[in-house]
Ligand binder design. Structure first.
Ligand SMILES: [Zn+2]
Ligand SMILES: [Zn+2]
Length: 218
């Protein structure tokens, strides 16, 4: 992503603080602080996730505290807390947080527009309930959900707060209406082929595996 594209990012709705989900943020703000004085990134998440970022990454040891740079009045980085069930408005979209079931505090997001069309991004999660209940009153047209492990590693998936293809089918059975499009992310690379064929074998719905370079315009 070039600097121009990076500068268009004003908000990050962070699901949780695991490294694979936060790793771009330190370099994004570092690129921007010295090149775009007007740039500001707001990281929105639950209080525990923001605490992890503040104390373990932007702690003036691992990486600078960018909430003080270039100065504390107009910093390049801001944190914004969102609570369970709370909605933040950004660019005409309403984004509502719901805790999901992962190894660390984690949130999924329901994103809806004025006509109640919506999509869900679960982030990393094992079997969960609240986020599926959050769909009531919305037309969920699209779901982005993780499947990290193949069926034979279900014990590992459950222990680490992740899904397998079979566990995903169980989650979909909890939704009042299955979304038109289901995108799968977060496949463990060494198990990718096994997961892909097990996903294809699911009968109740079809899915698309999301690739790194895919851009979804919704
Ligand atoms: Zn994770
Ligand atoms: Zn992850």
């Amino acid at each position: 992503m070039d600097a121009h594209a990076q500068a268009a990012i004003t908000h990050v709705f962070l699901t949780h603080a695991h490294l694979d989900h936060i790793k771009a943020i330190p370099f994004l703000v570092d690129n921007m602080v010295s090149t775009r004085p007007e740039y500001q990134l707001t990281v929105v998440s639950g209080i525990e996730v923001l605490h992890d970022l503040r104390c373990n990454i932007f702690n003036d040891r691992i990486w600078p505290d960018f909430t003080l740079l270039p100065n504390s009045d107009t910093p390049v980085l801001r944190y914004q807390e969102i609570k369970d069930g709370e909605t933040v408005q950004v660019r005409g979209y309403s984004i509502t947080a719901t805790p999901v079931h992962h190894a660390v505090p984690a949130y999924g997001y329901l994103v809806s527009n004025a006509t109640q069309d919506a999509f869900i991004y679960t982030g990393d999660t094992g079997p969960t309930d609240s986020i599926w209940k959050r769909t009531e009153g919305h037309r969920v047209r699209l779901l982005i959900v993780e499947v990290s492990f193949p069926n034979e590693l279900e014990h590992l998936a459950l222990a680490s707060g992740h899904l397998t293809p079979t566990l995903l089918a169980g989650e979909m059975a909890k939704m009042p209406v299955i979304p038109e499009k289901i995108y799968i992310t977060h496949l463990k690379p060494v198990h990718r082929d096994a997961i892909a064929s097990q996903l294809q074998a699911l009968k109740a719905f079809s899915v698309t595996i999301l690739e790194d370079e895919n851009e979804l315009i919704i």
